[in-house]
Design a protein around this ligand. Sequence first.
Ligand code: FE2
Ligand code: FE2
Length: 267
Amino acid sequence: MKMEEYLNKSIKEVINQFPEVGNILNEYNIGCAPCSVGSCLLKDIVEIHNLPPEEEQELMAKIAKVIYPDREAKIPEIKRKREARPKEISYSPPIKKLVNEHVLIKRLVAMIPELIDNLDVASEEGRQVIIDSIDFIRSYADKYHHAKEEEILFKYFGEDLDIIKTMLEDHDNARAHVRTMLEALDKKDKEAISEHLNAYQELLTEHIKKEDEILYPWMDRDFSITQVGELFSKFNGKDEEFGDAPERYEEFINKLEQKFKLKEAVK
Ligand SMILES: [Fe+2]
Ligand SMILES: [Fe+2]
């Protein structure tokens, strides 16, 4: 089989056939091996991950060596729709908004170990902490933030794209964890709540990293100035719908951080 044909195969298929390729991708910080879908084509990863041309050549040469250990394989040049840009990320204003929302979500996610340590399903006060945290996840992280992605941002690229499918799948899995947590809370099942909080932490940490470092910069490279403006006003429209809710949720996170810090001071 020719190298061109491998370039048009999904990463997952290539890694199944040549597991070593997964390690090579990891060396370049391209986490396709652990990626849940992994169905992006080999030729697309270079563009999605914005590798500089020298690194692309080097990476492709290493992959070719694994696929054809006995001969010098000719590496076809991969045509890109967009030029490679410098590595450090500078987001457009609307995308920066989403990155800032991630910051608040990450602050809740960072408190999950404390939430689990202090889990109290017996007292009214303890239950309220869980209810409020789940409400933050449902209302802020999901209805407010994920809705901006699903109803506005992702529409510019289409839901058939593998990278978008992966993100949507993550959102669905996050929703499933929330549903199970609520059921567990009804049954006062501490263990199940902890288990799903942990899973949510793991899922969202990876998800946000993928968006901040890969998906958003890749999308930003594709947007025209007009689209950036349009996106900004559509996001503002969503913000208006939610009124002062985002500020209230920020206040909730501040208070929760204080609560856990206070506890630590008392110890
Ligand atoms: Fe997302
Ligand atoms: Fe996000």
